[in-house]
Design a protein around this ligand. Structure first.
Ligand code: GLC
Length: 440
């Protein structure tokens, strides 16, 4: 295994145990409320967009209530957008006045965020956009995404990209110096020629690791949601490969391995509706059942789920997201041991749901109701105890005339009588905890 892979494994141990985190996309784009790409999509010039930034005065922002919500949902870490592509900063930067500290908001939102979340016992991370649509030295005309990409007015504009890079590196230095110990830095994102050392990524990552030893970094200094450029997947990670890959709005169809076959840490980032930043008209909320089942699926494939919320311009997390997180939290409260510290069971996926595993503890996540007893692909003599995780109640392995043909399988039932049928105790996901007796 590549030596860098060992370091990555070590750094990411807590992260891969945590499994479930909160992504927070928040900024001036919450005012127009049409998602965080609005400036690009609607080709809004900087001065016009800056009006939204000046109007962003979140009078109902209460980071402690966000942190409590995250903890109660069972999340173990949270990542806030310190700066998104629009360039508007939620932190105090000596390098620009374009921030919530100098705008009428008059708050260092990053400082308040890290304090509140740490106090709730969560790990904290910051998202920082490599892209910047506010800085005059970021490529405008002809860029793939810039709001002014097809404005003739900028056809002869010659950005001094190095000046932008000095600014960007300087801001990353500020974030890594002024907010205590950060657990994650989430860069976003590389595209076209702006990849790797085009960002002076080697120098950047050296600085980050010097200031924040142990920090976990995503893979987007050389990639984007499209992970093909991630050297982490080649088995030969570059200096700035980052520590995990970041599939976006997709649940990987299988565990993610590099070319040598070693499993690579990954985190799927997923929205609660279909936008990252607040979008007032998007009411396509995912259900708690879907989110929870996808979290289980991620864990069963060795990955994390980073679930997004997009607070509104006044600072409130949308009620539908709050309801979703509370419902997931009620389940996590009882079933957390089947998620935290768990990974793939290294057994075939069962028909009725998924398996997760932590050492000799195997967790059967049963999604589908059955007729009569349910078979788990394990020989009963490998099992020392079987319990319903949510309440600790014993589930006796069933041996009856109708199961006897499959004597090498473990059969269980949730009905009072082994051969009767009744609804699953938990319709979202009924977890059976199986303690294995063998030393394999
Ligand atoms: C993307 C988008 C962005 C979002 C991010 C989350 O790359 O540009 O708006 O912040 O992914 O993964």
């Amino acid at each position: 295994m590549h030596p860098r892979m060992h370091e990555i494994r070590q750094r990411t141990t807590w992260f891969m145990d945590a499994r479930f985190g909160m992504f927070i996309h928040w900024g001036a784009y919450a005012v127009p409320a049409r998602g965080e790409w609005i400036q690009s999509v609607e080709r809004i010039p900087t001065d016009r967009y800056a009006k939204y930034a000046m109007e962003f005065v979140p009078d109902r922002f209460d980071p402690r209530s966000w942190a409590r919500l995250a903890r109660e949902a069972g999340m173990r870490y949270a990542i806030l957008t310190a700066k998104h592509h629009d360039g508007f900063c939620l932190f105090d930067s000596r390098l620009t006045d374009y921030s919530t500290v100098h705008s009428p908001a008059r708050r260092d939102i990053v400082a308040e965020f890290v304090d509140a979340f740490r106090d709730e016992g969560l790990r904290t991370g910051l998202y920082y956009s490599l892209i910047d649509w506010h800085h005059e030295d970021y490529p405008h005309f002809g860029d793939r995404n810039h709001p002014m990409r097809d404005s003739e007015k900028y056809a002869r504009h010659e950005p001094e990209f190095d000046r932008y890079l000095d600014y960007m590196h300087g801001q990353v230095r500020e974030l890594c110096s002024n907010y205590g110990k950060l657990d994650i830095l989430w860069f976003d994102f590389s595209y076209d020629n702006l990849v790797g050392d085009a960002w002076r990524a080697t120098e950047l990552i050296d600085m980050v690791r010097g200031l924040q030893p142990g920090i976990i970094v995503d893979n987007r200094l050389e990639a984007s949601g499209d992970m093909r450029k991630s050297s982490l997947l080649s088995g030969n990670p570059s200096e700035y490969s980052g520590d995990f890959v970041s599939p976006e709005q997709i649940i990987p169809p299988e565990p993610i391995a590099d070319e040598t076959g070693s499993l690579v840490p990954w985190e799927a980032c997923i929205t609660t509706n279909n936008h990252w930043g607040y979008c007032a008209a998007d009411r396509e909320w995912k259900t708690p059942k879907l989110i929870l089942r996808k979290l289980v699926e991620c864990v069963s494939k060795g990955g994390n789920l980073l679930l997004n919320v997009g607070p509104d311009a006044r600072g409130e997390i949308p009620a539908a997201s709050v309801r979703l997180l509370r419902a997931v939290g009620a389940w996590m409260d009882k079933n957390g041991p089947s998620i935290y510290g768990c990974g793939p069971a290294l057994m075939p996926k069962p028909e009725w749901g998924y398996l997760t595993r932590n050492g000799e503890h195997l967790y059967a996540h049963i999604f589908d109701e059955n007729i009569g007893p349910t078979a788990i692909d394990l020989s009963p003599d490998r099992v020392s105890r079987v319990r319903l995780l949510a309440d600790g109640s014993e589930l006796e392995p069933i041996e009856s005339w109708s199961t006897s043909f499959w004597s090498d399988r473990l059969f269980i039932n949730f009905a009072p009588d082994p051969l009767t049928t009744c609804p699953l105790p938990d319709d979202m996901d009924t977890v059976v905890e199986i303690v294995l007796s063998t030393d394999e």
